[in-house]
Design a protein around this ligand. Structure first.
Ligand SMILES: NC(=O)c1ccc[n+]([C@@H]2O[C@H](COP(=O)([O-])OP(=O)(O)OC[C@H]3O[C@@H](n4cnc5c(N)ncnc54)[C@H](OP(=O)(O)O)[C@@H]3O)[C@@H](O)[C@H]2O)c1
Length: 287
């Protein structure tokens, strides 16, 4: 497909807003809907058609992106979208909604809208990488019918990893996030230990830098910890959701560290850290 597809973005939060902005920059016609309309208004000057209803946003769209908080919200919004979807449209579910909600969505669409191409497409990468089109799209579904989706993914990401049947990438996304959650907790505890032993976050970074442990993620999060600015790249409450989704999907595999982290992170959320970046567990551990 050479002509740019019309894209609808449902959910203009941190990630959906970045997707819409990049698509507009690259000349795609974009129709956006957000529960809180004001969150999309700044994109209107760049060409976004901001709609008041989900149905209006999707009705002429070749590709529909859903980028919403969780499974319940996604299924609720997509129920509104479903009857209005254009014949043969492609629906890309890009939020982290877990296995149960994804499988339910696949079954539902197969029954009610078999003409629709469903691509399960969660992403790896947080807000700034999304704004810079540097995320990785984990895609699964019928790739032979996904040319339009691939054009869209190319505009918002640095690459795509295709993983097979729809549902596979949601599973891989939970694996990736369990790794991310583990590293974040480990970094927070190591930085706390460094402090107890008289070292700064920067000295800890210098000890990691240059070797295999000097990963960019550690640099970014240690910067946050050192500055005390925990403006969310990825909210702690969403990361906690993902930890639960991973445990729910684990098929009996015991994940003791992840289980413990959910307990600690729930306490941090209860203490008011939920909307801050997940690196704010570092501050919670010091409280
Ligand atoms: N941030 C990250 O680093 C990151 C990375 C990869 C994947 N993800 C995943 O991507 C998804 C979106 O994350 P985000 O960071 O963009 O979150 P966000 O900034 O909190 O945005 C959430 C979006 O969901 C909408 N929403 C929430 N509850 C709703 C409801 N009941 N009805 C309708 N809309 C509702 C919000 O609308 P309002 O504006 O009206 O609240 C907003 O558009 C999540 O599944 C997250 O886990 C996030």
């Amino acid at each position: 497909m050479s002509k740019q597809p019309v894209v609808a973005v449902l959910g203009l939060g941190a990630m959906g807003h970045a997707f819409a902005a990049n698509l507009l920059k690259k000349g795609f016609p974009v129709q956006g809907w957000n529960r809180t309309r004001a969150r999309g208004e700044d994109l209107q000057d760049a060409g976004l058609t901001l709609t008041d209803s989900v149905a209006q946003a999707v009705k002429d769209a070749d590709v529909v992106i859903a980028m919403l908080t969780d499974g319940e919200t996604t299924s609720q919004v997509l129920r509104e979208a479903e009857p209005a979807l254009k014949q043969g449209a492609t629906l890309c579910q890009m939020g982290t909604i877990g296995v149960e909600a994804t499988d339910a969505l696949i079954a539902q669409l197969a029954e009610t809208r078999p003409d629709v191409v469903f691509i399960d497409a969660p992403v790896s990468g947080t807000k700034t990488p999304a704004e810079n089109a540097q995320i990785l799209v984990l895609a699964s579904g019928d790739r032979s019918r996904a040319a339009a989706a691939e054009q869209v993914f190319a505009a918002i990401s640095k690459g795509q990893q295709w993983l097979g049947e729809a549902g596979a990438s949601t599973r891989m996304k939970l694996v990736v996030n369990s790794f991310l959650i583990g590293i974040t907790q480990s970094l927070a505890e190591s930085e706390k230990l460094a402090g107890a032993l008289g070292f700064s976050a920067d000295e800890l970074w210098q000890a990691l830098d240059g070797g295999p442990l000097g990963i960019p993620y550690a640099r970014m999060k240690l910067n946050m910890i050192a500055s005390g600015d925990f403006t969310a790249q990825m909210q702690l409450s969403l990361a906690l959701k993902d930890a639960h989704l991973a445990l729910d999907a684990a098929e009996g595999a015991r994940l003791p560290a992840l289980e413990n982290i959910t307990t600690i992170w729930q306490q941090a959320v209860d203490a008011g850290y939920g909307e801050q970046d997940l690196a704010s567990v570092s501050r919670y551990l010091k409280d």
